[in-house]
Design a protein around this ligand. Sequence first.
Ligand SMILES: [Zn+2]
Ligand SMILES: [Zn+2]
Length: 84
Amino acid sequence: MRATVKERLDAARAEVARLEREAALASCAEAGHTWESLGGAHCGCEDGHCSVPVLTCTRCGGCDYGENAEAAETRRQCQERAAP
Ligand SMILES: [Zn+2]
Ligand SMILES: [Zn+2]
């Protein structure tokens, strides 16, 4: 059975989308992610007032789930505050 033009077009589009994702992932692996703020998350300390930034990559759509330098610094300061 021959695929219709629409089916071939859909298949080609799916392939392009797959390749674009692959290219984005490859460029992120090479040059690093292009982070952009997604919002904030609670830092996890007892204080309850501070938040750490959560970043998302504009290219591959990846998320750091609050694992970044600024979050690490915030958590360090929280620990210092909590220390007796
Ligand atoms: Zn990325
Ligand atoms: Zn905190």
